[in-house]
Design a protein around this ligand. Structure first.
Ligand SMILES: *Cc1c(COP(=O)(O)O)cnc(C)c1O
Length: 364
């Protein structure tokens, strides 16, 4: 059967391997498997969320509140924007899909960093857009600007902090860059890990309200999958001025967020203490990863997120290392597909991290 020819240019996205797959493939007991591959919160989510979801479990037979009133109000209040400036997606992934489909068509250009979140390219390929990437590994906004001048892209993706490298753009530099971009170019600022960056270094903090106040062409993305510990609930959001939000709404399927997810996210948003605790613990464990890297003589990229990219030396091979770890029940992300001889490891609980250090130092 022939399919949409644009699909020929897409390779199927390989998400972090689920624990169930490792159980089946290697016959390892679930209790002996540690997953440090998808940047989930090792502390799970706020206990208040579990209680709230249990309370509304009887609502499952009914369609959700499609106006998403409670969550949109919660986000609007948290970020100091209007609820008409918020769109909710089944993960911020879905908001990326809406945005690309709303703006790009065949042959239009989409500019992104050399190494960045894989879904930007995949959604762009859906519509046959042309991908333009920088050469430098870290977001170099001078290079972005030069490529913008040369190619006049319809969309620019900026991921800060960046996945899978963990580095973050300086907020003041980001605003200077945005000043120079014309209003016809949609700039998507993906802040999936902003809760972490903000806590570690205030100079990296990007406030969606500032973006919306100053720029008509910027869409900010956030998610409940990382710091809030709700990856399984598939809830993310976009914040922008109303014309952008309305364009995205035209592509939104009805009832795209479940009743349980809407409630979980609304309650999670109120428990700031849980996020603060998670972020603090994350960076204290992160120091152990840095110490580990120094101890075994490998490199790492300073991270503003809940994961760390460990860069191997010549003669070491990230694919072999990731496979060997997997056979021992330790799931990490191999970055060879991004052209890096590196692995990305999500910072886990202290005991999960101990296990990683023990296995990785043995294998290295
Ligand atoms: C995890 C992640 C997302 C989206 O996650 P969802 O679970 O779809 O909300 C978006 N961008 C980046 C950079 C991510 O790492």
């Amino acid at each position: 059967m022939k399919f949409n020819p644009e699909l020929d240019n897409i390779t199927i996205y390989e998400a972090g391997k689920p624990i169930e797959l490792v159980v089946r493939q290697f016959g390892i007991e679930p209790k002996d498997i540690v997953k440090l591959a998808s940047n989930e919160n090792p502390n799970g989510c706020s206990p208040k969320v579990k209680a709230a979801v249990a309370q509304i479990i009887d609502k499952m037979p009914l369609y959700p509140d499609d106006s998403m009133y409670k969550l949109k109000e919660g986000l609007a209040k948290r970020y100091g924007v209007a609820s008409s400036q918020v769109v909710i997606g089944a993960g911020s992934d879905q908001v990326i899909e809406f945005a690309v489909h709303a703006k790009a068509t065949r042959g239009t250009k989409v500019l992104m960093n050399s190494v960045t979140f894989a879904m930007y390219e995949i959604y762009s390929r859906h519509v046959g857009a042309e991908i333009i990437r920088t050469a430098s590994q870290e977001h170099d906004l001078d290079e972005f600007y030069a490529l913008y001048k040369e190619h006049k892209p319809e969309i620019i993706f900026l991921c800060t902090p960046n996945n899978p490298t963990g580095d973050a753009i300086d907020a003041a530099k980001l605003f200077d860059f945005l000043e120079k971009i014309d209003d016809e170019t949609l700039v998507i600022v993906d802040g999936a890990y902003m809760e972490y960056a903000k806590a570690k270094d205030a100079s990296k903090a990007v406030e969606p309200a500032d973006l919306v106040a100053r720029f008509a062409n910027v869409l900010y993305l956030g998610t409940f999958s990382k710091a809030y510990g709700l990856g399984g609930m598939r809830t993310g959001y976009g914040i922008a001025r109303k014309p952008i939000i309305q364009a995205l709404y035209k592509l939104r399927p009805p009832f795209n967020i479940t009743t349980l997810s809407l409630e979980a996210a609304s309650v999670a948003l109120e428990d700031e203490g849980f996020v603060e605790m998670s972020v603090t613990e994350n960076f204290s464990e992160m120091q152990r990863y840095e110490a580990f890297a120094k101890e075994v003589g490998i490199g790492y990229i300073e991270s503003f997120t809940n994961f760390v990219t460990l860069c191997l030396n010549e003669g070491q091979n990230s694919t072999l290392l990731a496979d060997a770890l997997l056979k021992k029940g330790m799931i990490v992300r191999n970055l060879s597909g991004y052209g890096l001889n590196a692995i990305r490891v999500t910072v886990g609980t202290p005991s999960e991290n101990d296990r990683f250090f023990a296995l990785a130092s043995e294998l290295l």
